[in-house]
Design a protein around this ligand. Structure first.
Ligand code: FAD
Ligand code: SF4
Length: 480
């Protein structure tokens, strides 16, 4: 454990691994001579689902960089490294800290994850200390405002929410109307690459591991050797400065084609024109307002066309805020939903990529390698296969929470249970995202190298997606 002081703090500010906001409001309000920050690396956060090595390394490295920055600013940090203590969980580590150094009060930003929030509240209550919980200002919509918006509706819809957000923020608006008179350029944003494939792709920037990250990589390889994934390609942003560079690179080189090809897939090309900003956004290294500003500036400067900028803005201002609002409003019962009574196990090859279905092999292999797949790969390759097969949504949820570097429950759970598995019966998204292999054939080149035929539902070369698609429709004929 590293600490610069033994003095008892007045106020202990708990900072979680996904609250690494350089403008953290409780840090800004700290009295450095009386208050202290508490941060802890704990085994439970890497093992309650079987986390990808890159996800663990990203969190730990970003946390250590954040700690170093606080200490450089003269702030006392009670920081527990993973190998410096034997507490299994965050609550056990915090309980020990509260018992040893009894601060007068504890403060935190509202945790994104309902499980973590409940655990901290219970720990502080057991220690008989007051806990101040401040809403996380990282999001554009306050939870109360979202609740009010939701309260009037039986059936929330992203499109309604998104338009309300556009009006409230004025983003891509002129005189109260959407720019160019159109709210949504979805139809222009579904192109595939055609036979020739993507043009020369600008590679995303690589952030070579510095000393802190290299230490963390060694630690993760030592402590979690059996966990999925690899660390030899780890180059994610781990500081706010890295994240700003990643944003600028995306806006300069990939945003102009993002919208057009946001649903397309291609063999051997995991990143295409995607931003790769979700890990930085979810750890709060990057503020969504800065991301939206950068996108609007690129439109004003004619670097990117409106259809592409709108497609991107819809993801950040629409889907990201919407998913978080639904999560906070519907937890904890949301996590148990299973509207289609799906009970199958997750196929074992989701952890190995050992399958002869080329689409799944490609997406699983890149997921295990980088901890990354883009949205349509998650929704229409891995998610679709689980939905058609009838895998229990909670097993699918555990896999998504484990497999991706950007995985945080408030973003992952609504996408998995709601959008991808229809486990909420159509609450988050009106229809199940089902398709046969023909959709995958249209949006990618995966089928070209596959032993199955996406047009065949039966016979030796029947595509499993196409067979399962018809089976799904028959199974749920009455419901749909
Ligand atoms: P881009 O394609 O460049 O999109 C830009 C940004 O928009 C993303 O960085 C992200 O912040 C936001 N965004 C886009 N789509 C969504 C969405 N549906 N919900 C919320 N935000 C969105 N996203 C996560 O951040 N964490 C998760 O754990 C997660 N789990 C998912 C699980 C499933 C089953 C599905 C279908 C989607 C999931 N998503 C999750 C949403 C989305 O797939 C990722 O945000 C996106 O692929 C991240 O890559 P990117 O940064 O290159 O995104
Ligand atoms: Fe996937 Fe079917 Fe195409 Fe093979 S034929 S790549 S299994 S969609």
């Amino acid at each position: 454990m590293t600490s610069k002081t033994k003095a008892l703090p007045d106020r202990l500010v708990v900072i979680l691994g996904d609250h690494l906001d350089p403008a953290h409001p409780l840090v800004a309000a700290l009295n450095p001579s009386r208050d202290a920050v508490f941060m802890a690396e704990v085994r439970e956060e890497a093992t309650h689902v079987w986390s990808h090595k890159a996800r663990i390394a990203l969190f730990l490295s970003a946390m250590r960089h954040f700690r170093d920055d606080l200490e450089a600013r003269g702030i006392k940090v009670r920081y527990f490294t993973l190998d410096s203590h034997s507490h299994a969980s965050l609550s056990a580590t915090l309980a020990a800290e509260l018992a040893a150094h009894r601060p007068q009060r504890v403060a935190m930003l509202q945790a994104g994850d309902a499980r973590v929030q409940a655990a901290i509240e219970a720990t502080v209550q057991r220690a008989e200390l007051p806990l101040e919980v401040v809403e996380d200002p990282h999001f554009l919509f306050e939870l109360k405002t979202f609740q009010d918006w939701l309260g009037q509706r039986k059936q929330p819809r992203l499109e309604h929410f998104y338009r309300a957000m556009r009006k409230q923020t004025g983003i891509l608006m002129q005189d109260g109307e959407p720019l160019d008179g159109q709210w949504n350029f979805d139809v222009a944003n579904r192109a595939s690459f055609g036979r020739q494939g993507p043009a020369q792709l600008p590679p995303p920037p690589a952030f070579s591991p510095d000393r802190v990250t290299r230490d963390v990589i060694r630690l993760v390889n030592r402590e979690f050797p059996e966990h999925p994934g690899a660390l030899d390609t780890f180059d994610w942003p781990v500081t706010p400065a890295d994240a700003q560079m990643a944003l600028q690179d995306f806006v300069d080189h990939r945003l102009a084609s993002f919208g057009t090809y946001q649903d397309a897939m291609w063999t051997g090309e995991p990143f295409l024109y995607h931003s790769l900003l979700s890990p930085s956004l979810n750890l709060k290294l990057l503020n969504p307002r800065d991301v939206l500003d950068a996108a609007e500036i690129s439109l004003q400067d004619n670097v990117a066309p409106l259809a592409c900028v709108e497609g991107f803005v819809r993801q950040i201002l629409g889907w990201r805020e919407y998913a978080r609002g639904i999560y906070q409003a519907r937890m904890p019962e949301y996590a148990e939903l299973n509207a289609l009574d799906a009970e199958q196990d997750l196929p074992a090859f989701f952890w190995t990529a050992d399958t002869d279905m080329v689409c799944l092999r490609e997406v699983l292999a890149q997921t295990l390698r980088y901890g990354y797949a883009h949205h349509i790969q998650r929704l229409m390759i891995t998610g679709l296969f689980c939905l058609l097969l009838g895998v229990r949504p909670q097993r699918v949820h555990a896999w998504y929470l484990a497999a991706y570097v950007d995985a945080v429950e408030w973003a992952e759970l609504p996408n998995t249970l709601g959008m991808s598995q229809y486990a909420d019966g159509g609450y988050l998204a009106s229809k199940p995202y089902v398709a046969s292999g023909k959709y995958i054939n249209r949006m990618s080149n995966y089928c070209k190298g596959c032993r199955y035929n996406p047009a065949h539902a039966s016979g030796d070369d029947a595509c499993p997606y196409t067979t399962l698609y018809w089976d799904f429709l028959v199974r749920h004929r009455e419901r749909f």
